[in-house]
Ligand binder design. Structure first.
Ligand SMILES: *Cc1c(COP(=O)(O)O)cnc(C)c1O
Length: 396
């Protein structure tokens, strides 16, 4: 082997980072794709000589590569890959909240996030206040209580409400609150909360980041190195870190993230255009629509509008059930962000952990249906929706 010259250090675009992280990093056999290290433990080179990796809960090469990719894509100073998105949220509150501390969270956040914060608050681990973060007055009142942490989820689930991240971050700084943004719906391809002033970004990598509905995973990325180190310490302490195999698969998923997000959105736009002229649809929720509350903020802080959308079904409960049952290309399933299209009835599925009152406050009606638009040919997706609506109309 000849000595190669030191290479210039280039600053790559996001898609390049997503494709290339870890490629050709194997020093043993020069494998182009980094190998997977399933070993739970690593030998000490000599007595008292602690290696970079010693035990997989604390660290693993595959997890490190995934953390590097996600941190770089979000513009952070470090990340902790967790065994699910919920574990990332739990890691955040475990690391930073004591019984007297308050966390402010959206009243229409992911159902599992609501359950986690609510249950731990009932136990007395910390205090929680659920508000509509896009309501200025509600946010002002919440900030007056001097919260330690504010969680934003924008666009939110399932109503894709948009919150002005930069504005909340500025207000939060004035009262010394930290801001975490759940960026699961858009990924760093379409939104970068750390650039808007957030302290942390959280993902359920189960969704778009892995993108193939075959890994449960999560991540928390910190804007400051010191915070990333604190989270890594706590992640090891409470045992919330992700496994090597899941990290390997998720990094493989990330390599196509930019390409997938583009097609997801193209397909979503085509489906939206179809839904807008259907008499079986009364209201459509998607940040791209000019009459959607938060459309202007979305244009300002997002590079794309994403492919999650919801709509109110214009018909009876029985008709709604017929419609869902007739669909062939939209699987009736929870989760989102995979290559396959999905339909979900939030009231009876993802958000069933909320009682009726909480659902009402969050605006989740029994007629609400949520679509995760996948990567099938959009002409087939539209034809499928059309035939299912037709069946409902023929029956009535
Ligand atoms: C799925 C999801 C979570 C929870 O992630 P898990 O990987 O299921 O634990 C959190 N936030 C959002 C927005 C989600 O969609």
């Amino acid at each position: 082997m000849t000595d190669s010259k030191a290479k210039a250090s280039l600053n790559f675009q996001q898609n390049t980072v997503a494709v290339r992280t870890g490629i050709e990093s194997d020093t043993q056999h020069h494998a182009v794709v980094p190998p997977i290290y399933l070993s739970t433990n690593y030998a000490f080179p000599a007595f008292g000589d602690v290696p970079k990796y010693d035990y997989t809960r604390s660290g693993n090469p595959n997890r490190s590569l995934l953390e590097e990719a996600l941190s770089e894509l979000e513009g952070g100073e470090g990340a902790v890959v967790t065994n699910c998105g919920t574990a990332a949220l739990n890691l955040l509150v475990s690391a930073y909240l004591s019984p007297d501390d308050l966390i402010v969270a959206p009243n229409d956040c992911y159902g599992g996030t609501y359950r986690l914060f609510n249950s731990r608050a009932v136990k007395g681990d910390f205090k929680v206040l659920f508000i509509d973060p896009s309501d200025d007055k509600a946010m002002q009142n919440a900030l007056a209580l001097k919260p330690k942490l504010i969680l934003l989820e924008t666009p939110s689930n399932p109503l894709v409400r948009v919150t002005d991240i930069e504005k909340v971050c500025t207000q939060a700084k004035q009262v010394g609150a930290m801001v975490a943004v759940d960026n699961t719906f858009l990924t760093p391809i379409y939104q970068k909360p750390l650039e808007l002033g957030a302290d942390f970004v959280i993902h359920s990598t189960t969704k778009y980041i892995n993108g193939h509905s075959d890994v449960i995973g999560g991540v928390i990325i910190a804007a400051q190195k010191e915070k990333a180190e604190e989270l890594a310490w706590w992640g090891n302490c409470i045992g919330s870190t992700g496994t090597p195999f899941d990290s390997y698969l998720t990094l493989r998923g990330i390599r196509t993230l930019g390409a997938r997000m583009r097609v997801h959105e193209e397909n979503a736009n085509a489906v939206l255009a179809y839904l807008q002229q259907s008499s079986m649809v009364s209201v459509i929720y998607h940040p791209s629509l000019p009459d959607h509350k938060g459309h202007e903020i979305a244009k300002k802080q997002q590079k794309g509008f994403g492919s999650m959308l919801s709509f109110e079904f214009n018909g009876s409960q029985a008709q709604l059930e017929t419609f869902v049952g007739q669909l062939q290309l939209f699987s009736l399933a929870e989760s989102l962000g995979g290559v396959e299209s999905l339909i979900c009835h939030p009231a009876s599925m993802t958000h069933r952990a909320m009682d009726d009152k909480a659902q009402q406050e969050a605006g989740i009606k029994p007629t609400l249906l949520r679509l995760s638009i996948g990567l099938e040919d959009y002409r087939d997706l539209i034809a499928d929706l059309k035939q299912a609506f037709n069946t409902v109309q023929e029956e009535s």
